[in-house]
Write a protein that binds this ligand. Structure first.
Ligand code: TA6
Length: 284
């Protein structure tokens, strides 16, 4: 008899987290700190997300790996801390549901004195993680609960685990323009049908309309997003990896960030309105 999906509170690397036991033996873990998905294991027993062995879990820095939530600023596109301030904040548990074919949990956060000191806007945000047998959906929803419109950029900064990034080929970006942060921010049109990682890579692809397909050895993943117009591809490669205090020296080889992002054009959220965006990862 297959066991029924379930949800349990656990401790993971010394912090509070929620474990989703999904259908077919799939599982996922999301931390209250940062509402960060830190593990996704498919029924074949394979971990699909990269989590640095040197990651810090005390809130003094964002956790290196999994799916960090970047809001209300992507990267350094403004005066806020890099990638905004939600990554190092405690979220609270909201809705949790299971059925035969899924397990789902929502974590919530709102503005407080500290966030308003950095960014003066009242908001409410949610991350919903849904686990099915062969996929996860991560949905970010934000509501403007204040008295004036605000603008934001952001991302679901997914670290995908690979055996060896040199074997990876990413398809679906042909014809898109990208801003190349590893190459003086030049804007370049992608002319390759598949992207291979052979050096430090830090690109924001604009207006990506198609799902992406990642192949690496016998590993195959489809990556879709909704309402996130941009895709960020990041691998620090050897040298930059060595400069990251929370990344093991060989970590660069086992990861590729494929992020659902809003970077080129901020979203303007009117008073009382909600915005949501989603990234879906499906094993093929
Ligand atoms: O999304 C890519 C990026 O902005 C890169 O420039 C790289 O620095 C990465 O994010 C990691 O940022 P972090 O603040 O987590 O070190």
């Amino acid at each position: 008899m297959p066991t029924k999906p379930s949800i349990e509170a656990i401790e993971f690397h010394g912090i509070e987290a929620i474990r989703l036991n999904g259908p077919g033996g799939a599982s996922a873990i999301i931390s209250n700190l940062g509402a960060q998905v830190l593990s996704w294991v498919t029924p074949d027993g394979r971990e699909r997300l990269f989590l640095s062995e040197w990651a810090v879990f005390d809130g003094s820095a964002p956790i290196r790996g999994g799916i960090p939530v970047c809001f209300p600023q992507f990267g350094n596109l403004g005066d806020l801390p890099k990638h905004g301030f939600l990554r190092t904040r405690e979220w609270t548990l909201g809705d949790q549901r299971c059925a035969d074919d899924f397990a789902l949990v929502t974590l919530e956060i709102s503005d407080d004195e500290e966030t308003r000191e950095l960014w003066p806007f009242p908001f409410r945000a949610e991350i919903t993680l849904m686990l099915e047998v062969d996929r996860i959906d991560v949905e970010f929803c934000v509501e403007n609960t204040g008295g004036e419109p605000f603008q934001f950029t952001g991302a679901l900064h997914s670290y995908l685990r690979l055996v060896q990034v040199e074997d990876a080929a990413l398809e679906g970006l042909y014809g898109c323009d990208y801003r190349d942060a590893a190459n003086e921010d030049q804007v370049i049109r992608e002319t390759g049908t598949e992207i291979r990682i052979e050096a430090e890579t830090d690109r924001v692809y604009h207006q990506v309309k198609r799902p992406l397909s990642l192949q690496a050895g016998n590993h195959s993943l489809t990556i879709q997003s909704q309402n996130f117009p941009d895709v960020v591809i990041w691998n620090p490669w050897v040298e930059r990896c060595g400069q990251l205090a929370d990344m093991e020296p060989e970590g660069w080889r086992q990861m590729l960030c494929v992020e659902a992002a809003i970077a080129q054009e901020p979203v303007t959220l009117p008073v009382g309105e909600e915005w949501y965006g989603r990234q879906t990862l499906v094993v093929a």
